[in-house]
Design a protein around this ligand. Structure first.
Ligand code: ZN
Length: 254
């Protein structure tokens, strides 16, 4: 019996193990991709219901232009990409849900001064999505919050609770008053993938450095906005980005 359990565990581990693109890290994700995409869509709809869509033409054109290029570089045929600017000047945040649902709040759009800077933000968020960081976090949150209830069952029985968990897992928890930072490992990974994606999309990855330096100077010592509390910003992080740029430059055809 014990032997059987051991074999079973190994099989579960092997099927749940996935490799993160570009970094080749093996991560444990207990949620099948099909469910992850379904959950991403539910969460996206829920957020749109509660948000105001910005009609600012300049912002919308800029996000579509940059988003399309990053999407092409990410090469996820199973994704149905969508880009929305959400109107709330107080919110400095952006996210990409599984399935390619990208949103940037006007508060953050105001701080972005070029396509390449926006590509830094979008590339980073898409990096989290294609590395399946949300699903990795959800696997953990499900165990804690729903006592290990299978996601399929949770979606059926507690759709609201599941969507809330997804929001927390994808760093969009402020509406719920909960902000859970991505782990340092995941942040580092999203930075690395984001730089590669922006380079592949034709944006000089050096723009990431100037963007993060600008953010650092602006918010140093002040109450950090949500984007920075879910994406901690330190001098150390900027140093790491500097070291990652040469790798990304190999993908850059400027
Ligand atoms: Zn991040």
């Amino acid at each position: 019996m014990r032997k059987l359990t051991a074999i079973f565990s190994i099989i579960l581990f092997l099927t749940a193990c996935q490799t993160v693109p570009y970094t080749h890290r093996k991560s444990l994700v207990l949620i099948p991709q099909s469910l992850e995409l379904e959950l991403g869509l539910n969460t996206y709809r829920e957020i749109l219901k509660k948000s105001r869509i910005s009609r600012n033409r300049k912002y919308n054109q800029m996000l579509s232009r940059v988003g399309m290029k990053i999407a092409r570089a990410a090469h996820r045929p199973q994704y149905h990409w969508e880009f929305k600017v959400l109107k709330d000047d107080r919110v400095l945040n952006a996210f990409c849900l599984p399935g390619g649902k990208i949103a940037v709040y006007t508060g953050l759009m105001k701080l972005v001064s070029s396509d390449a800077e926006l590509a830094t933000v979008v590339g980073h968020e898409v990096g989290h999505a294609i590395a399946r960081h949300g699903a990795e976090r959800m696997s953990h949150l499900l165990l804690v919050q729903l006592g290990g209830m299978a996601l399929q069952e949770a979606l059926r029985k507690k759709p609201k609770k599941t969507v809330q968990l997804a929001m927390i897992a994808y760093g969009i928890g402020t509406t719920l008053g909960i902000v859970l930072p991505y782990s340092r490992l995941q942040e580092y990974e999203a930075d690395r993938i984001g730089l590669i994606l922006m380079a592949k999309a034709g944006y000089d990855p050096h723009a990431a450095l100037s963007f993060w330096q600008k953010m650092y100077k602006k918010f140093k010592g002040k109450e950090p906005p949500e984007f920075l509390s879910t994406h901690p910003l330190t001098k150390h992080r900027i140093e790491r980005i500097k070291k990652l740029i040469p790798e990304a430059m190999r993908y850059y055809r400027g």
